[in-house]
Write a protein that binds this ligand. Structure first.
Ligand code: SF4
Ligand code: SF4
Length: 372
């Protein structure tokens, strides 16, 4: 998936399509697609570029922000270099302020996110914000984003979400048909590529014929929650699976969180449908963020994990603070094993994290290799 992205973006740019970088699941890719653009996720997952960013950014900042900015400084992310526009979502403080620095030399649009998911005024404000974004894209790229074009883009993204959800849903079986790492590998950094959708369909057919991975029976079933594990930053997932677990579900933004709901337009205003669905994303930058706990409850019912591992990047205050609520839910209500892993992109703590993961898995009831 990833290796094809650069070639796809180059070909699209040569055909005159603008490349639009995003860094948060709140940006509706549908609007960018309806403007003829290519929505590209620019979140950095490289330890090397995270370190390079420390020449300008605080060392204690989240590695996802530092890595993205390091790519910017080094001009070493081909997709970022191709970008005609960056959408700067006002998520956490670190990202917001990093965008200010990046915006000195790159074209940028600030998309203001809602803060209060239970507030009807916040919902209306979000719709207004998306209207402004639509108008901006129309003027910037000299196109009209008609309701018809927007509906087509929504259909395409609904299809992509549906296929990725079906793939993720296969992990409910015991044993699961593939590892969590293999599933994550199916995620692209560019959305709406028709060839990707064909590959997802082929993958589903392959899974119908039998499991991809035949050695997962008896492993401890793990649900991962917390920060996104973007391309290049999958180390914790790999550690869990190398220590005897299998990640059957990921609640985070590189997992199921943005896939669980489809955009419903129902013949009404497609922009209102978009606004409504994206408004529900249970991110820790919202307050309160009860929907994340509800989603965790639902996923536990569906995927039957034995434990939940929460991953928090160093410097990510919102997920760090919220972990107290997640721990309470997991231990006092769901009665599952819980472990919080706080780390950055450097592999220097891999041995320590591995030992903590092993210690958690050892406390879980042993499962038979026949999947009981
Ligand atoms: S975790 Fe929150 S800030 Fe990060 S991509 Fe997801 S919605 Fe955006
Ligand atoms: S992981 Fe946390 S600190 Fe890092 S960009 Fe996302 S919300 Fe911000």
């Amino acid at each position: 998936m990833i290796s094809n992205c650069l070639a796809y973006a180059r070909a699209a740019k040569n055909q005159g399509r603008p490349i639009v970088g995003i860094m948060c699941e709140f940006t509706p890719r549908e609007l960018i697609l309806a403007a003829g653009g290519v929505p590209v996720c620019l979140c950095g997952g490289s330890a090397a570029t995270a370190a390079a960013a420390e020449s300008e950014l605080p060392a204690g900042l989240c590695p996802l922000i530092k890595s993205t900015y390091g790519y910017h400084l080094q001009r070493s992310n081909g997709l970022l270099e191709m970008a005609d526009l960056i959408v700067a979502e006002t998520t956490c403080d670190g990202k917001k302020k990093m965008f200010e620095l990046m915006g000195r030399s790159r074209p940028m649009y600030i998309l203001e996110l809602p803060q209060k998911p239970d507030d009807s005024d916040a919902r209306s404000h979000w719709l207004v914000e998306l209207r402004k974004f639509r108008t901006f894209l129309e003027s910037r790229f000299s196109v009209r984003i008609t309701d018809g074009r927007l509906r087509e883009a929504i259909d395409l993204m609904n299809r992509e979400r549906q296929l990725r959800r079906q793939l993720a849903w296969r992990m409910r079986s015991d044993p699961p048909p593939m590892s969590g790492r293999q599933l994550l590998q199916l995620k692209s950094t560019i959305s709406g590529i028709p060839a990707d959708l064909e590959q997802y369909e082929r993958m589903l057919q392959l899974l119908d014929a039998g499991p991809v991975e035949r050695h997962l029976a008896g492993r401890a079933r793990v649900l991962v929650t917390g920060v996104p594990l973007v391309h290049g930053a999958e180390r914790v997932l790999e550690l869990i699976e190398s220590r005897g677990g299998v990640v059957v579900a990921m609640e985070n933004c590189t997992g199921l969180k943005p896939l669980v709901e489809e955009i419903c337009t129902g013949g009404g205003d497609p922009l209102a449908g978009l606004a409504e669905t994206y408004f529900h994303l249970p991110c820790s930058v919202m307050t309160p963020n009860r929907r994340r706990l509800e989603l965790l409850r639902e996923l536990v019912k569906e995927f039957r994990p034995q434990c939940i591992i929460e991953v928090v990047w160093q410097g990510c205050l919102t997920y760090d603070v919220e972990s107290a609520l997640v721990r309470q839910l997991v231990q006092e209500e769901l009665h599952l094993g819980y472990l919080k892993l706080q780390t950055d992109y450097s592999p220097s703590d891999s041995a320590r994290l591995g030992t903590r993961i092993e210690a958690l898995l050892e406390t879980l009831p042993q499962r038979s290799p026949h999947g009981d």
